[in-house]
Design a protein around this ligand. Structure first.
Ligand SMILES: *Cc1c(COP(=O)(O)O)cnc(C)c1O
Length: 424
């Protein structure tokens, strides 16, 4: 070891633990070799990965900068202060807490700060695009709180705003949540704010999916409207796998205490340093151009799939993802996912609103453009991607050795070779 050692030493890992070194190599090959269309994934930068693989992982720093329970925190305090300041500036927020270990942990803090067990939450239902942590029965949020769910309108397939208002007036929730994992359209934050004010509720936006588009100023921000905005940092935002939240000054103490000591122990200082790097990246013109391209690509991909009979719900998208109904082509979500997988295309099956299938079968797929955009692909490539997906779904097979799987995989290979993830 020398002063040039900051954490990552792949050669040392390879010699000590070749099994795990092989996994790292295999995963990088997988990322580079196929098309990554999972809407919640991205390729974070070597700079972010370097901070993640650093000795900051060793430090215990329970508490907040300047108020720690352990000594030796001067250096990690600088990292957290930078992360907080950059986050506040990026989102024009009154307060930021960057310690959440994940999106789910940030959401826990909202419950911890504003709700008691048995209190009522109003949020979007999971099968219509919400999230597990928004009061589903399997989650602590549904076990400990009384969750009431709104869905989408049958015709528009977008949020049923009339239902939101009706349920809010009927149930008088403590907290109203907007946001989810499969919402292709922009959300009317002003509407939610008005309804929350009318019934005296806290307005929480779970921006896990789309915060990266807000950071790039490519879509309107929820920050001026919401009491608190929670988010993940690894989806469109392209940072480390983690979470964070921003809030109004008046909620600062409640939310800081809810993150620590109520929900979490020691913060992951290596991840917080990586979040600081990511927030700095987000403030660049290159990032803003990326965010706009993510949306342009998603629109082209959604439309091109629609032309192949793979119908986008809501008729398209305003964001980085689209949801597609496979019923017109008579394929289930689970079969489509397996056929695409065999063809070198990674995407996920997804329930569509009013899905007649069980969630583990599903009638739809969800596709997102963060990864392919980070790779540098544009509209022309999205048309090619749509052709490849459509062929895999309608003519392909779950067997990777099937001739159609092989043929599409070769075309995928040619395409990604021109836009390598993590170029050498
Ligand atoms: C991804 C996601 C989360 C959870 O994030 P994790 O980091 O996986 O815990 C929470 N809410 C929404 C809406 C999400 O899409």
């Amino acid at each position: 070891m020398s002063e040039t050692f900051y954490g990552s030493d792949f050669a040392a890992l390879q010699s000590f633990d070749p099994d795990i070194a092989d996994v790292l190599v295999g995963e990088l090959d997988r990322l580079r070799g196929g098309l990554q269309l999972i809407a919640s994934e991205n390729f974070s930068s070597p700079e972010v990965l370097t901070a993640l693989g650093s000795t900051l992982s060793n430090k215990y720093a329970e508490g907040y900068p300047g108020r720690r329970y352990y000594g030796g925190c001067a250096e990690v305090d600088k990292a957290e202060e930078l992360a907080i300041e950059r986050c506040k500036t990026l989102f024009d927020a009154e307060h930021a807490n960057v310690q959440a270990h994940s999106g789910a942990s940030a959401n826990q803090a909202v419950y911890g700060a504003f709700m008691q067990p048995g209190d009522t939450l109003l949020a979007m239902s999971l099968p219509h695009g919400g999230h597990l942590t928004h009061g589903t029965r399997m989650s602590f949020s549904g076990k400990w709180f009384n969750a009431v769910h709104y869905g989408v309108d049958k015709d528009s397939e977008d949020i049923d705003y009339d239902e939101v208002e009706r349920l809010a007036k009927e149930h008088k929730p403590k907290v109203i949540c907007a946001g989810g994992s499969a919402i292709p359209r922009l959300i009317d934050f002003e509407f939610f704010r008005r309804v929350a004010d009318e019934v005296g509720a806290i307005f929480w936006v779970d921006a896990a999916h789309f915060i990266g588009l807000v950071a790039g100023k490519a879509i309107p921000s929820p920050v001026p409207y919401a009491d608190v905005v929670t988010f993940t940092t690894h989806k469109v935002l392209r940072g480390p796998r983690s979470g964070a939240l921003v809030c109004k000054e008046e909620h600062k103490t409640a939310l800081d205490r809810a993150i620590f000591p109520m929900m979490q122990g020691g913060p992951q200082m290596h991840t917080i340093a990586a979040k600081a790097v990511n927030f700095k990246e987000c403030a660049t013109p290159e990032y803003a151009a990326y965010a706009r391209q993510v949306i342009d690509n998603a629109k082209v991909l959604a439309e091109a799939l629609g032309e192949k009979g793979i119908r986008p719900t809501t008729g398209g998208t305003d964001t980085h993802l689209s949801l597609h109904d496979l019923q017109p082509v008579l394929v289930t979500g689970v079969d489509a996912e397996a056929r695409c997988d065999a063809a070198g295309i990674t995407l996920n099956k997804n329930a569509i609103p009013f899905d007649p299938q069980k969630p583990n079968i599903a009638s739809g797929i969800r596709v997102g453009t963060p990864c392919v955009t980070t790779q540098g692909m544009g509209a022309d490539e999205m048309r090619t991607v749509a052709d490849l997906i459509a062929r895999a779904i309608t003519e392909g097979d779950a067997d990777p050795e099937h001739p159609v799987s092989r043929e599409i995989r070769a075309q995928v290979s040619d395409l990604v070779a021109r836009f390598p993830a993590y170029p050498r």
